[in-house]
Design a protein around this ligand. Structure first.
Ligand SMILES: [Zn+2]
Length: 221
């Protein structure tokens, strides 16, 4: 995988990429050496990880072949094949290493709407990102908090209709129970265009009781 002359060239300069049927924007799933998912990286970061010999092993499919600078000594270009999943040595200080229990991922609409499959959890219709809103199941005015377990995606109409009431008070029923994702679930929700092998890998790291198992069956995206 690594050529022996990698350390003699400036890898970041003069980087040429031969995609293997994948767009350059395709993200790569980085894990730690034990296989715990850590983060998504782009091809440049992946190249850096290969170049600094932090890649322990790879899984998944071949995404790109990267050609680096020419080695002055041999006149050959350096070549690295980048896979869709790369396991790396060392530690990034990533909270994913806490392995669950204590970790609460940051709440943002991108991952929240993805958790709820871009559905309004009141009327059940699917909406574009820009047409969804964050509904607080128990409103702030009634002591509700801005936490994963108290928020759902909702269309503007349902959100307005519910106003500052609980679902019971508004006579509205939730289609699914909101939940706090684990780190692996959060990485999955953060992914843009997750490949089948990456998805399979991440799902294997979800808890057995993960609501996403059922949600993905019920609401394929
Ligand atoms: Zn709605």
């Amino acid at each position: 995988m690594l050529h022996d002359n990698l350390d003699t060239v400036d890898w970041a300069d003069d980087l040429a990429v031969i995609p293997r049927g994948y767009p350059l924007s395709q993200q790569i799933l980085r894990t730690d050496v034990s296989g715990m998912p850590l983060e998504w990286v782009d091809y440049r970061e992946a190249a850096r990880l290969y170049h600094t010999e932090q890649v322990a092993y790879t899984c998944g499919s071949l995404l790109y072949r990267l050609y680096g600078g020419t080695c002055a000594r041999t006149g050959l270009r350096t070549v690295v094949d980048v896979n869709s999943i790369i396991a790396t040595h060392g530690h990034t200080g990533n909270p994913g290493n806490l392995r669950g229990a204590a970790y609460t991922p940051p709440l943002n609409n991108q991952t929240l709407f993805r958790r709820d499959a871009y559905l309004c959890l009141y009327c059940g219709a699917r909406f574009a990102y820009s047409l969804l809103s964050r509904d607080h199941v128990t409103p702030f005015s009634r002591g509700g908090q801005d936490t994963w377990s108290n928020v759902v995606s909702a269309c503007r109409r349902c959100n307005n209709a519910k106003a500052s009431r609980t679902p019971e008070q508004a006579g509205m029923e939730l289609l699914a129970v909101p939940f706090t994702p684990t780190y692996a679930e959060y990485i999955f929700l953060k992914g843009r265009r997750v490949l089948a092998d990456q998805m399979e890998y991440l799902i294997a790291h979800f808890p057995r009781s993960s609501p996403l198992h059922e949600r993905m069956q019920r609401w394929p995206m």
